[in-house]
Write a protein that binds this ligand. Structure first.
Ligand code: PMP
Length: 293
């Protein structure tokens, strides 16, 4: 594997990570008053690019952050990937409400947004042979309520992730009153008797509609695997035959253990592998269709 290379794009110009800077008065820095996306590129094609743009548009509308056209996301990605000289990358984009002096909670009506992107090289599809391994711990979901907005106020996610790492896990899986919501930076799926279970988008609270979650729903449909979106008790995860997390960066990650107890044999199970292969096939088809044009 080649080492990850990183470059940033700040309001139109490329910077090395060491001189990538924004103002301390940026509302993104002061309040987390910003929204973001992350798109995974394989072979120059952004996976679910339209879905990422739509979600960014919704996040901007819901938060009232104006002055940035989400339709320019692909060209920002292109600029960063040309600078990185790569076809396979993760491109993070953050749009904050802007820089405001003096510091006031109420936003000044005249702000223009700060737009920054971070591009990092990542593995091509051909190097992804099986899901990465993700031991997890279970924690109560103490995050802000409107988790369907992909906002950068992630302090609760960060604290939960620190707890996970301290417990030798890779990801916290959160619950509310014993019902799973999502991961610190992922959606979660449980396999029981050959059926996929995943928390519904609105219940027990709004969660993020992951683009990768959508790919998995599509894959399950193609494979004829039953999928239930609804209440998923924590115990269903503890007693799962298999379980996995999804996100644009990690695609599918096999949950190998829950609170230190191994799930299955700690390897990707049959259903996980089937879904993973089908998601890879869906991506491959997207690539072929894109490159045919
Ligand atoms: N939930 C949360 C809280 C996340 O941070 C992420 C990662 N962006 C996801 C779910 C997965 O979303 P996606 O598949 O669109 O990356």
């Amino acid at each position: 594997m080649t080492p990850e290379r990183i470059l940033t794009w700040i309001d139109g110009s490329i910077h090395e990570p060491d001189d990538a800077r924004v103002s301390v008065f940026d509302r993104g820095f002061l309040y987390g008053d910003a929204v973001y996306e992350l798109v995974r590129f394989f072979d120059d094609v952004g996976m679910g690019m339209d879905l990422h743009i739509e979600r960014l548009r919704r996040s901007l509308d819901r938060t009232g952050i104006t002055g940035f056209d989400p339709g320019t996301y692909p060209s920002i990605c292109r600029t960063l990937m040309d600078a990185l000289e790569t076809s396979d990358a993760c491109i993070y984009l953050q749009v904050s409400r802007g820089v405001q002096v003096p510091r006031r909670h109420a936003p000044d009506g005249t702000l223009s947004p700060t737009v920054v992107a971070i591009g990092s090289t990542s593995a091509p599809l051909s190097e992804l042979e099986e899901p990465i391994q993700v031991p997890i711990i279970v924690l109560p979901d103490l995050r802000r309520r409107s988790c369907d907005i992909k906002a950068t106020s992630l302090i609760e996610n960060v604290m939960a992730t620190i707890q996970a790492v301290d417990a030798d896990a890779a990801e916290p899986i959160l619950h509310e009153d014993g019902l799973l919501t999502e991961g610190g930076s992922s959606n979660v799926f449980v396999v029981r008797n050959g059926t996929l279970l995943t928390p519904a988008l609105g219940d027990p609270r709004p969660i993020l509609e992951g683009v990768t979650r959508r790919f998995v729903v599509e894959a399950a449909g193609n494979l004829g695997i039953e999928i239930m979106e609804g209440d998923v008790p924590v115990d269903a995860l503890r007693e799962a035959d298999e379980a996995f997390v999804t996100s644009s960066r990690r695609l599918l990650g096999t949950i190998t253990s829950v609170d230190g107890r191994q799930i299955g044999d700690g390897r990707p199970g049959a259903v996980t592998m089937q879904v993973f292969e089908e998601v890879r096939r869906i991506i491959q088809t997207v690539l072929e269709n894109e490159h045919a044009h």
